[in-house]
Design a protein around this ligand. Structure first.
Ligand code: FES
Ligand code: FE
Length: 329
């Protein structure tokens, strides 16, 4: 059942994706988990999205077994309706009865961005992660996922930041075993997170012409579980992603990709999605094989090579932030 202890203040007060608008039509209910907490998402007939603790305060039955009636969530057990502010509106077995003040659902903050539903269990100090290309008319946008992964979310973000695995795990697609070298590149850490720039990666067919070429990668990890990526082809075409990783708990996560590209208007969405699914399937199998799943933030258990400098900086940043959830001790 729902745990209301704060597993990690940093993640507790951050935004996390808990669903996608397209998957939650009006008047529907969905059960999800975030940081070990059971949540219910529901959407009123006016389209407004709510994220609540999945527990009716009357007898602790899961709200997700209930149904939506107009702008209220009706509990399945005794039929009490709870309004969008979480307060109990009526007690059907006692018409006219005034519900007590504690008859109130646990209501969490929610925001919609990029077609995604972001929730925060605590008090967010900033908006959800930025992704300016999503609102840029020069870019075609799309979403892939959700990808359910039996792995630590920190490992999933670190994998996203890791170009050294392209020639092997994604051989023939994102890299080439005949040209695996990664040259030196620039990584910085500041109050906004970790940035890596000018990473040159040889890809076997980046332009769809059948010829290999170098492409340039750039990363920005702006939250512990959100990171941005930009790939620039020799033609100047750009593909960008915002990756959000939702920590279900310390060993399970969900990855959500928001993509934006300033080319390929005629590319079928099914092809784009199939490509992304293929890449993620390779990453997923690898991520689930990590042992331990917990991410070491200090040396000793794992060693690093120069091409790991982005993930090394990511670990340094998480340590500076004082993250404890999903961390190897
Ligand atoms: Fe929800 Fe009684 S348990 S109304
Ligand atoms: Fe990968």
């Amino acid at each position: 059942m729902t745990s209301l202890s704060q597993p990690d203040p940093l993640l507790w007060h951050d935004w996390h994706v808990v669903g996608r608008m397209a998957d939650l039509p009006p008047e529907t209910v969905q059960a999800v988990q975030l940081l070990g907490v059971d949540l219910v998402l529901w959407r009123g007939s006016d389209g407004g999205v709510q994220v609540w603790g999945d527990r009716c305060p009357h007898r602790s039955v899961r709200f997700s077994a209930g149904r939506v009636r107009q702008q209220a969530l009706v509990c399945a057990y005794h039929g009490m309706a709870f309004g969008q502010d979480g307060r109990c509106l009526n007690v059907p077995v006692h018409p006219g009865y005034e519900p007590p003040s504690q008859a109130c659902a646990q209501v969490y903050e929610v925001k919609e961005r990029y077609g995604l539903i972001y929730a925060c269990l605590g008090n967010p100090s900033a908006p959800p992660p930025p992704f300016p290309e999503w609102d840029d008319v020069a870019y075609r946008t799309y979403s892939t996922g959700p990808y359910h992964i039996r792995a630590n979310g920190l490992r999933a973000v670190e994998n996203f930041l890791d170009v050294g695995h392209f020639p092997y795990l994604h051989s023939g697609i994102l890299g080439d075993v005949a040209k695996p070298q990664i040259s030196d590149y620039d990584v910085t850490l500041d109050a906004d997170g970790v940035r890596a720039r000018d990473i040159r990666v040889w890809q076997p067919n980046p332009l769809g012409t059948g010829a290999g070429a170098y492409v340039t990668y750039e990363y920005w990890a702006m939250r512990p579980l959100s990171a941005y990526f930009r790939k620039t082809n020799p033609t100047g075409d750009c593909l960008t992603f915002l990756l959000n990783v939702t920590p279900i708990d310390e060993t399970q996560c969900i990855a959500w990709f928001s993509g934006a590209m300033n080319y390929g208007v005629d590319l079928p969405l099914t092809d784009i999605t199939a490509f992304q699914n293929r890449i993620v399937a390779q990453d997923l199998e690898n991520l689930e094989a990590h042992n331990p799943q917990a991410l070491p933030l200090e040396g000793g258990l794992e060693f690093h090579v120069p091409s790991d400098r982005t993930s090394l900086m990511y670990r340094k940043w998480l340590k500076q932030l004082g993250l404890t959830y999903g961390v190897y001790r």
